[in-house]
Design a protein around this ligand. Structure first.
Ligand SMILES: C[S@@+](CC[C@H](N)C(=O)[O-])C[C@H]1O[C@@H](n2cnc3c(N)ncnc32)[C@H](O)[C@@H]1O
Length: 370
């Protein structure tokens, strides 16, 4: 059951997508003074050594954060994310990679609350130790929160989420990032969100998932679109086309319920760059979709009033709940491309090697390096 270890995958293209978006979600939450609760249902180990046996063996980070590291032409959202990674690597050598709890700690304010769940018996120990060091570091800096700012629980994050909603401040950012090793994870995510939206409809919920050939993955986003959230935003990043043997993870997605209204523009600005720099072949592409729930009732026209319920207002083009934005590539859309369409998401230049560049001084040197 516990064969998945994120240490093999830390900093890969899927982490880049997830964590640069996570940074943006925190920045949006930080715009209001009221404190919020960050809930990480599947927290992992917190921080990862990129020279560990696992990371070296897979080498996945080299084609993820490795390709962004040291670049001086990053779009703003990626610059913010790479800066955050840079704070863990003050020497300028890419050695440590922040997991989602680390991203949350760096972005959330002292008054915000972090609630982290992890089930793996080894990773929970590493996470707890990393958080202990992080809190000691905050205390050294004179940064003292009222009450426990970070709580780590060795528990099932799907159940933990339920118990924490609604949060005391009525503001929450939730990241759901299971391993999807078992098909049931797809169902568990959907069910957990369904329940979470009942308990706390105003929460912001972000789900990472692998885009795979298996049916559960292909149908996943459409299932999430039917959840009773007011709005959703869905982005996928493919760094390569599917391989004939079906092996390898080349595509992943982030599905955000109740997203910041600013996020779509940020994604449109950022994703072409990611495709260009992380793209490995001509199958590299991105896709952005969004949708809105229409609530209320349809005025009766000579008949009984009909509830609209979960009907979606999304695309005037598709009418099916998903909007292909102007200038966006077709991605896995099988329709033939017209002249001039779909070029935006393709790699425009061959792979560029990242140049190491000196990083700024560390604000948190020494923290969490176990
Ligand atoms: C993809 S990793 C998380 C990575 C982390 N969110 C990040 O971005 O740095 C998924 C983690 O979920 C853990 N896990 C699996 N099932 C779980 C469950 N039901 N509740 C909590 N954690 C679980 C795994 O042990 C693994 O560490």
């Amino acid at each position: 059951m516990f064969s998945y270890r994120h240490a093999f995958h830390a900093g890969n293209h899927a982490d880049v997508l997830k964590h640069f978006i996570q940074v943006q979600l925190h920045k949006y939450m930080n715009q209001k003074d009221t404190a919020y609760t960050y809930i990480d249902t599947h927290a992992g180990a917190g921080v990862y050594a990129l020279d560990s046996a696992q990371a070296v063996r897979s080498g996945e980070y080299i084609d993820g954060i490795g390709r962004l590291w040291g670049r001086d032409d990053l779009p703003p959202a990626l610059a913010e994310y790479v800066d955050l990674v840079g704070k863990l690597n003050p020497s300028g050598k890419l050695r440590w990679y922040p997991g989602s709890p680390w991203v949350a700690d760096a972005e959330a304010r002292l008054e915000d609350r972090l609630r982290l769940f992890e089930m793996h018996p080894a990773d929970i120990r590493v996470l707890a130790e990393n958080v202990r060091k992080l809190e000691a570091h905050h205390a050294e800096q004179g940064e003292r929160a009222r009450g426990r700012r970070i709580l780590v629980e060795h528990a099932d994050g799907f159940h933990g989420l339920k118990a924490l909603l609604p949060p005391p401040s009525r503001r929450a950012l939730v990241l759901i990032d299971p391993p999807y090793e078992v098909k049931l994870d797809y169902k568990h995510v959907r069910d957990a969100l369904d329940e979470a939206l009942k308990r706390f409809p105003a929460g912001m919920y972000a789900v990472w998932y692998p885009v795979l050939q298996r049916m559960e993955s292909r149908q996943f986003a459409d299932r999430l679109k039917r959840l009773p959230a007011k709005e959703w935003l869905h982005v996928t990043l493919s760094v390569a086309g599917p391989r004939a043997d079906g092996n390898g993870l080349h595509s992943s997605g982030m599905f955000i319920l109740n997203p910041p209204y600013t996020l779509e523009a940020t994604l449109r600005e950022t994703m072409p760059y990611l495709v260009q720099v992380l793209g490995q072949d001509s199958g590299a592409t991105f896709r952005i979709e969004k949708g809105t729930q229409v609530t209320g009732t349809v005025p009766a026209l000579g008949g009984p009033r009909k509830p609209v319920g979960n009907a979606r207002r999304a695309s005037p083009l598709s009418g099916g709940g998903s909007l292909r934005l102007p200038g966006q590539p077709f991605g896995d859309d099988p329709r033939p491309r017209k002249e001039g369409e779909g070029a935006e998401g393709r790699p425009r230049t061959p792979r560029t090697e990242a140049k190491p560049a000196p990083r700024g001084p560390a604000k948190r040197s020494g923290s969490g390096r176990s």
